[in-house]
Design a protein around this ligand. Sequence first.
Ligand SMILES: [Zn+2]
Length: 449
Amino acid sequence: MGEFIFHAYVIALRSVGYLLALTCLAASAQTAWHPTHYALLLEPQFASETIAGNLQMDFLLQQQDVSSITLDSGDLHISSVTMGAKVLSFAKQGAALHITLPPGLPIHRIQRIAIRYTGKPGSGLRFDKDSVQVATAFSTSQWMPCLDDPAVRTAFDLTLQLPSGLESVANGAPELPQAQPDGKALHVWRMAQPMPSYLYGFAVGNFVEAEQTVGNTTLKYYGPSTLLDSSKLLQVFADSADMLAFFTRRSGVDYPLPVYSQVLLMGPAAQEMAGFSVMGARYGTRVLADPQAIWLGAHEMAHQWWGNGVTNRSWRHFWLNEGIATFMTAAYMEHRFGKEMYQRQMDAARVKYHAVRDAGQDKSLVFPNWDSPTAADRSLVYDKGAVVLHELRGLLGEEAFWNGLKAYTQMHWGQSVETADFVRAMQATSHQDLSVFFEQWVYAKQSVR
Ligand SMILES: [Zn+2]
């Protein structure tokens, strides 16, 4: 996600509580059971800014005698949990939804439960009634019970029940909208590739759209129809095809989905999701005024590789998502606009990092936990993270650095990683012992310059 938006917006949306929830359920869930598929039918209700959902979750038990499972479910109100015709008992404890399983369920065989719920999410979902727009923002468990754990990757199908005439963008590939007798329409999106749940999402509104095809990928652009037309959208996203080619080349991995969509929303937004990104309409205005102001578009697209394709195993290693994406944004800007632009980007990251360091708030990039990150912690993840990549590039030289980054990305594609995985990949490809470098820059509480 974009750093500034992260600071100003996600914090305001009680991210601390959300991130806390992320860390508490993972360990036990991964060993005892894991979800294999979510299928959600969701109806956003614009007048009341509420949602009604019916979630079908498939899962596998990995241990005998698991008596209950626990999901993250934000502030959602759970109406019922069923397994076929059986009604299951459940209890909500804060954000945790504990579901009691029938005894004697076999292990390693797919089980299916259905969860009906309603909610008026205070975070994770933003309605804009005036523009009839609704979009998700990072905190998936505020609009869908799920396992909020970046180490758990699950396939996801979403059906949105919407007033007719609205456009939707979500994860994966869309089917044609189906008109309903009540005048509403069902928008079905399917994503067969398992992805971490924090990357699930959707954006709905009165959008104008445009598209381009690059190789096997369709690039789709959406913006509020009141602000933009399709030729302006093509202008805003004129560099997208070049960005896609650049990140593909540097990662050594093709973009994995048939479509990548970029959506401009009314109000603030800066969030990558699986197969699409949302940004504020102001991003479009800025790029139309200054074609070099494409930092955010490049950053969110970079996450399709670093963040989405290769994901931090826990938020303690968040710098692997955000530091690499921030660095790769600068690398794209260098490719597009030249060395001086890269230097400017790196100088900006260094200035922000040094401000944190000079305030005595430098820390290891591997955090003991990410339960209540400060603004300085977030700056470290983005800015110190990018500076570390830049320093490593200087140390290794062009060939060894880019080969290492490519090897890291290819080796761990579709996986969740820790900092040690990154270190190993860079050492193996460069044939250098980088322990001193990583100790100084990443593991030590204060970097030595
Ligand atoms: Zn980001």
